[in-house]
Design a binder for this molecule. Structure first.
Ligand SMILES: Cc1ncc(COP(=O)(O)O)c(C=O)c1O
Length: 405
């Protein structure tokens, strides 16, 4: 048996706290290796990953096809900058554009950069194509949104933790209640260039809007000549049992914002996909990134797109998601007061009288399951899409035990 003072975890947690800004409150688990849906910590303990890097690891840890692509690319070429063209670039952009059913792709790195890109493109489109008066462009966004952490993005956050004391804020955004089509329609005026929404609000606790909302948004955007920007950074690329969460309601936005899983859990890769009449407004010198669309990122992301093009991961997510749903719904009234499931993505509301989400995640970790609270007593499950039926059952069983006290 390992005695406590020989464990490496406490010292590693202490060092991490000592040497970094405290902008996160991680569970006290120190991971050193991973494979598929499983993580191993510095003391050799194994955990089932039920967060998957907030959906950045949809294909599991170290998927062989993705790792092979990364290794091969590392041996040839890693970075050129966009000053030159490299041999992975066109294939990535074409294959991703085809997956999205769009003309063009603009690659960036992080999700927040894709959102910033979407905002800039929409504003420019508004002035140059729609004819909005200079400096008047407005974008309608939703309460409870999470689109990232830049100063512009937190300017329209409704989460005070994310927003407070980071002003002065970027103007040009109108916040309306999520899921309320009348409110959204009323907020649109002649200066509105875009509606920016998550088709499912992940950070808010996997909040699924009422049926008909997304098609309604699509229709009003078309009627009023406003771009519909879908932030599919967390919801997209197989997570919900379809390639995009918008697919569940047959909705095609004008712009997809993608990130997280696009990098295969290996490198940060994000992108905006849209048609030429929208993305074509950008000209040389007006937007860019040193690392955006680099050879390593493109080589990995090409394989990500190819994995998605098989449909296997979307299918797994849809089928296994039903098993997850059945298991979790069985816990409503037994410690859970609400459950929302779309594919392998679940928001769970724990009875606040029992424990906080944080407490639940700490207890789950002690039982070998890693998940993350979103706020209050809500936790999110987003396991890698390579998870098996038995592993889903294991997660549900451990959760049941935690809720039973
Ligand atoms: C819907 C959504 N948009 C944007 C982001 C920001 O992505 P990143 O953290 O890569 O900047 C996130 C991250 O959680 C997200 O969930």
């Amino acid at each position: 048996m390992i005695v406590d003072d020989k464990l490496r975890t406490p010292g590693a947690v202490r060092d991490a706290e000592r040497w970094t800004a405290h902008n996160y409150h991680p569970l006290p688990v120190v991971i050193s290796s991973a494979e598929g849906a499983w993580l191993t910590d510095v003391d050799g303990r194994r955990y089932l990953d039920c967060l998957a890097g907030y959906s950045a690891l949809n294909f599991g840890h170290r998927h062989p096809q993705l790792i092979a692509a990364a290794h091969a690319q590392l041996d040839r070429l890693t970075l050129t900058s966009r000053a030159f063209i490299h041999d992975q670039f066109a294939d990535f952009c074409r294959e991703l554009a085809e997956l999205c059913g769009k003309d063009l792709v603009l690659p960036m790195n992080t999700g927040a950069e894709a959102v910033e890109t979407g905002i800039k493109v929409a504003r420019k489109w508004g002035y140059q194509v729609k004819g909005v008066a200079a400096g008047q462009a407005n974008i309608v966004v939703a309460e409870g949104n999470f689109h990232g952490r830049t100063t512009t993005i937190v300017s329209f956050s409704t989460d005070e933790d994310a927003r407070a004391d980071f002003g002065p804020y970027t103007p040009g955004f109108t916040v309306v209640p999520y899921g309320d089509l009348d409110a959204l329609t009323a907020a649109i005026d002649e200066n509105t260039v875009a509606v920016l929404l998550e088709p499912i609000q992940g950070e808010q606790g996997v909040v699924v809007p009422p049926e008909g909302y997304l098609p309604g948004v699509r229709q009003v955007c078309t009627e009023r000549n406003v771009l519909f920007i879908a932030d599919e950074i967390q919801s997209g690329l197989g997570r919900t049992g379809a390639t995009f969460a918008c697919d569940h309601e047959g909705v095609v936005p004008d712009m997809y914002l993608l990130g997280k899983a696009l990098g295969g859990g290996i490198v940060p890769v994000s992108a905006v996909a849209a048609n030429a009449d929208v993305l074509g407004v950008l000209k040389p010198g007006q937007h860019g990134s040193t690392f955006g669309g680099n050879p390593l990122a493109c080589a990995v992301a090409i394989e990500v797109v190819r994995l998605l093009a098989t449909g296997e991961f979307q299918r797994r997510s849809a089928e296994l998601g039903e098993r997850l749903r059945a298991g979790l719904e069985g816990l409503v009234g037994k410690g859970l007061v609400g459950v929302r499931v779309r594919g392998l993505w679940a928001g769970l509301d724990i009875d606040p009288a029992l424990m906080s989400g944080r407490e639940a995640c700490e207890r789950l970790a002690a039982r070998g399951v890693l998940a993350k609270d979103t706020h209050g007593s809500t936790i999110r499950l987003a396991p890698p899409l390579v998870i098996t039926e038995e592993e889903i059952d294991l997660a549900v069983t451990q959760l049941a035990e935690v809720l039973a006290g």
